[in-house]
Design a protein around this ligand. Structure first.
Ligand code: ACM
Length: 542
């Protein structure tokens, strides 16, 4: 019973509960999706359907809503007569269901179609009472689908794995210099041209080469709706992201009038691209139309607009942009970026949504009611929280899950700073220098998986696991010392669940030979040097 994340309170009760063939489940109407998750998992693992009971009295598993509990909170009680779940809301029921699955043998995490063992384990739920609620409301993962495209079934599999760890946000990074992945019906070239590149960079740093293989793909609007619906049916919100005004080469390749320099195709290299959007009225109208189609698909109250790493040289060099800046009475390119983002913000708010952007959106002044994703340390988080903005912490030196997991020479394509499981488990989203009265503005955190060097689901597993387990626990259980102390042992047991689910995680001893990529150059960097660079980069936040 080594649960990950560790629930807030676990006590033992007399007698456990045996799952048998005639078992039936009953759920309050609003909790039906959580009941379906249990039915699917148990049917797959035990091989018999978990029937639906017409009334609470007939049910061996009972899911009920308790309005006294917060939405994500639940109480799970196992007695010899029944398993009873009281949940604050739909999401609380999902997290209770996931905890219940972790109380069963790890084989319950086998995915549909993998089949049952002939030696059937003991389908017995141990006697416990669990009272649980998350420490943070935003517990997320960002998946970059632009640098490498992941087909729908891989995204759905990832959603299963997020739900298993009681994570509740999937931030889908849908556009970047290297690819545009969301079908936009008003602008078909975004995907027909912007969805494909002729080659991709292999490795990082001075020794990097090109693979010469076309890469691409995109999600149709139907695909995106399927992802949103599947995530919702597992308690997870999907936050889409359309990058602007930088990270836009794929869009400019499709529609050159959006930029300053025509490009034949999306970028084939990694790094910070020189191009930016032309900040004129047609570009603003274009992106508002794009956002309208996105809003129609994604119910998320916040919509990602990126905002990070926009090079401003093309604005400085362009006479029309400089005239615009003067007409607007602006002094700097940072203010010009803030003006553009305020136009996008106004549009989103006219549609009842709000901006979600990286901490660069603080340059030149923050748009109102934005949620800030603080990736360059804590500087942006502190400024934003003091101004009353919500903040999601994703500091790159702690929760960038594309960063190398050890300093071993066999680590595949080592980039970034070494980020170990223990460092991720120690992630505390509350910045040390933020005054307590502003702590409530830190709504949570997320890991970011940039996929320059993640070109398959196998490599995605390698980068994410088991560090994502540590992230989930840091965000659910916080830094309670006894939870932190028991984490490594619990994780050891939890790996059996990942094995059952077919997750190809990084072994503690280092990558398997087939997980290594000998000869592919990386570009690791040093923590102290990177910290100094981050301090310099964030010194202009207003
Ligand atoms: C980022 O890593 N450019 C947000």
């Amino acid at each position: 019973m080594d649960l990950v994340p560790l629930p807030a309170r676990v006590t033992t009760t007399p007698g456990g509960f045996a799952l048998t063939a005639g078992l039936r489940i009953h759920a309050d109407g609003a909790l039906a999706d959580a009941a379906r998750v249990l039915q699917t998992a148990l049917r797959t693992a035990i091989g018999i359907p978990l029937g639906t009971a017409a009334s609470a009295e007939d049910a061996g598993i009972l899911l009920q809503q308790d309005p006294r509990l917060e939405d994500e909170a639940y109480v799970l009680e196992v007695t010899p007569e029944r398993i009873r779940i009281d949940a604050g809301g739909e999401r609380g029921a999902h997290w209770a269901a996931q905890t219940l699955l972790q109380l069963l043998p790890p084989q319950v995490h086998r995915r549909a179609g993998i089949g049952t063992d002939s030696a059937s384990p003991d389908w017995h739920v141990p006697p416990v009472r669990i009272e649980d609620a998350p420490r943070f409301a935003w517990r997320g993962l960002m998946l970059d689908t632009a640098r490498h495209f992941f087909p729908v079934h891989e995204v759905l599999r990832l959603i299963d794995l997020l739900a298993m760890h009681r994570l509740n946000v999937l931030h889908l990074h849908l556009t970047d210099d290297q690819g545009w992945r969301a079908e936009i019906r008003a602008y078909p070239r975004l995907t027909s041209v912007g969805g494909w590149r002729p080659s991709s960079q292999i490795g990082s740093g001075p020794g990097a080469t090109q693979d010469g293989r076309p890469h691409g793909g995109f999600y149709t609007q139907e695909d995106l709706r399927e992802i949103v619906a599947y995530a919702a049916a597992h308690g997870i919100a999907v936050v889409p992201e359309i990058e602007m005004p930088g990270h836009v080469q794929a869009a400019i390749a499709a529609y050159p009038e959006l930029g300053f320099v025509a490009e034949e195709h999306p970028w084939t290299r990694w790094g910070v691209n020189p191009h930016a959007l032309r900040l004129d009225e047609p570009t603003i109208a274009f992106f508002c139309t794009v956002l309208d189609e996105i809003i129609d698909i994604f119910p998320s109250p916040v919509i990602g607009i990126g905002g990070d790493e926009c090079r401003k040289d093309e604005w400085r060099a362009d006479p029309a942009t400089q005239r615009r800046k003067a007409e607007l009475g602006l002094d700097t390119e940072e203010q010009l970026q803030a003006w553009f983002l305020s136009r996008i913000d106004a549009h989103l708010r006219s549609r009842g949504r709000r901006v979600y952007g990286f901490d660069e959106i603080l340059e030149g002044g923050l748009v109102s009611e934005a949620t800030v994703a603080s990736w360059r340390g804590t500087a942006g988080a502190v400024i934003a929280a003091r101004r009353g903005a919500d903040v999601v912490m994703c500091p790159e030196d702690t929760v960038y899950l594309d960063y190398r997991q050890s300093a071993l020479p066999e680590e595949p394509i080592p980039v970034g700073v070494v980020t170990t499981i223990a460092q991720v488990r120690a992630f505390d989203p509350i910045p040390a220098d933020l005054e307590p009265e502003h702590h409530g503005r830190i709504v949570g955190g997320q890991g970011n998986l940039w996929t320059e060097h993640v070109d398959s689901a196998r490599r995605l597993d390698y980068q994410l696991f088991p560090r994502l387990c540590a992230l989930a626990e840091a965000l659910w259980s916080g830094q309670d010392p006894s939870a932190v102390a028991s984490f490594a042992d619990r994780l050891d047991e939890h790996l059996a669940r990942l094995d059952a689910a077919g997750v190809e995680y990084r072994p503690a001893s280092g990558p398997h030979p087939w997980q290594q990529r000998p000869g592919v150059p990386g570009q690791p960097y040093d923590r102290a040097e990177r910290a100094a660079e981050i301090a310099r980069l964030t010194s202009n936040l207003a």
